[in-house]
Design a protein around this ligand. Structure first.
Ligand code: G3I
Length: 489
């Protein structure tokens, strides 16, 4: 669908996007062109906003201390969902004692980067403190209403939306039994929505769940619930499809399902997208993941009531998947070194942008990410950079130290780097600083540490190593940065 048509159909959001972009000021100036760890000349947020949509991510408090994660989050995404910081166990761990500090930090980050916030979540059976589940049933409603009112009032005007009730259904479509249904039956959902609306009338109010993305018993149950709530005049604005997918298993009925919900007069948001696969990731699965991401983004863009897509986390290292699904990972658009994967390129393309690499849906996208095969050109995604490398060797009879300075001579920042090079014969690395260097001999790679992952355009970073040698103490040679050859200098 043409961008203009979508913008015309969504005048409110298009204007909001323009206002956000204007309010972005410096940020907008920084992201037009090339954002960190992104394709040249585009960012997910710019492309989404041009279509009156958004592209979001989840962030936790600990993510905020990673400059790599925040650099990507603040430039590529324009919506933030706190991963844990607005949940009941954080915000009211004991009755009546509220702690909004962690959530406030996420909101501050969002404001500083002209991002909106999806509040997550007010009422959920999980991450619910014991004191709530231990209450006599007669006291649960008052506790729930007080929790919703206090939290939604605190964040009034600061959140775009609330996941008011999270994951209310079992897989067969029956209502989950928890403290809330025990106390109030199914009526707790309408009560929660009304209470949230009274506290923050401008926040968009959502019900959010997983395994409701395709047609089926669970999504039917959500559909019936939303239909009934609308008929009763209960304030509900949207349904969140969490979208924790397994590669190659995205439901083919996703778009039809989005359409039937929007036909009820509510919005749909893809709220927690990821697409897991067995690790180590195969090239075929990474290519399928790109196809899956394109399909999800396209399905949302195709329906005017689908307001945007959020990924759950920024990159594979901060994803929840490996901790919850043993043997699975690689579920996001950014790889272990926070380099964009084929899925990122696919999302960019689906949003109407272009990348300088081959189409993610072509067979070339099956090539490994540059981090796993930095010298496998020509089919790597466009994550390399123009670079220049200087070396400085101090040698003695059987050993040497070598400092290597790599300068980013490209026009955009590098976020996450892997410098591959050849060690002269007989040299063997014994230790390194400011990078992880392996293997010890031959074709060697130096990978950034967390603190020095970013090299701004025109900037440089230095790492070094000590090596044994057997007579040839020459400097390393043949440097490539993220798969792109560097000049000497
Ligand atoms: O805070 C404690 C810490 O004190 C303790 O040392 C540590 C030991 O395990 O646990 C920490 O709590 C963890 C918490 O995240 C904060 O990091 C919990 O164990 C862990 O279970 C919890 O996981 C969260 C999960 O929700 C809980 O269900 C994930 O981070 C979070 O990403 C995930 O998010 C959910 C959405 O809210 C709803 N949809 C599904 C999605 C993925 O599960």
């Amino acid at each position: 669908m043409a961008a203009q048509l979508r913008a015309a159909r969504r005048p409110g959001r298009a204007l909001a996007a323009l206002a956000l972009a204007a309010a972005g000021g410096l940020l907008a100036a920084a992201t037009v062109g090339s954002g960190p760890a992104g394709a040249a000349g585009t960012t997910l947020r710019d492309l989404a906003e041009a279509k009156g949509s958004y592209f979001g991510t989840a962030l936790t408090q600990s993510n905020l201390s990673s400059s790599t994660i925040t650099a990507i989050a603040g430039t590529q995404f324009d919506m933030v969902t706190p991963g844990n910081e607005m949940k009941w166990d954080t915000t009211e761990s004991s009755a009546g004692n509220f702690n909004f500090g962690p959530g406030d930090q996420i909101v501050s980050f969002a404001k500083a980067h002209s991002m909106r916030v999806r509040g997550h979540t007010l009422v959920w059976h999980s991450q619910l403190p014991n004191w709530v589940s231990s209450l006599p049933t007669a006291q649960v409603q008052a506790a729930m209403e007080n929790h919703i009112t206090t939290e939604a009032t605190h964040y009034k005007g600061q959140v775009y939306s609330w996941d008011v009730v999270n994951e209310p259904f079992n897989e067969d479509g029956s209502l989950r039994t928890d403290a809330f249904t025990n106390a109030m039956g199914s009526g707790y959902i309408a009560d929660a929505l009304r209470t949230a609306h009274a506290a923050d009338p401008n926040a968009k109010l959502y019900l959010n769940d997983y395994n409701i993305e395709g047609l089926g018993a669970k999504s039917d149950a959500m559909y019936q619930l939303v239909s009934s709530l609308k008929q009763q005049g209960v304030p509900i604005d949207g349904v969140g499809f969490e979208s924790h997918f397994i590669v190659g298993q995205v439901p083919s009925t996703l778009k039809a399902n989005i359409q039937r919900f929007t036909a009820l007069g509510v919005n749909v948001a893809i709220t927690e997208l990821d697409d897991r696969m067995p690790v180590p990731a195969s090239a075929a699965n990474l290519a399928q993941q790109a196809t899956d991401y394109a399909y999800v983004v396209n399905s949302c863009l195709a329906v005017s009531g689908c307001v945007g897509v959020s990924q759950w986390g920024v990159g594979d290292p901060d994803s929840w998947i490996p901790g919850f699904f043993s043997g699975y990972g690689a579920a996001t658009m950014y790889d272990d070194n926070y380099q964009p994967k084929a899925a990122y390129n696919a999302a960019v393309t689906a949003l109407g942008g272009s990348t300088s690499s081959p189409s993610p849906s072509s067979s070339s996208s099956a090539s490994p990410s540059p981090s796993s095969s930095p010298s496998s050109s020509p089919s790597v995604p466009p994550t390399g950079a123009a670079c220049k490398v200087s070396t400085q060797v101090s040698a003695w009879n059987t050993g040497l130290t070598e400092n290597v300075t790599v300068t980013n001579t490209g026009g955009s920042a590098v976020n996450g780097w892997k410098l591959a090079f050849t060690l002269p014969g007989g040299q063997s690395v014994t230790n390194a600083w400011n990078a992880t260097v392996s293997p010890a001999t031959g074709q060697v790679s130096a990978v950034n540490l967390a603190y020095n992952a970013a090299i701004p355009a025109g900037g440089s970073t230095t790492f070094g190593f000590q090596a044994n040698h057997t007579g040839n103490a020459a400097a390393a040679a043949g440097f490539t940065l993220n798969g792109v050859s560097c000049t000497a200098g």
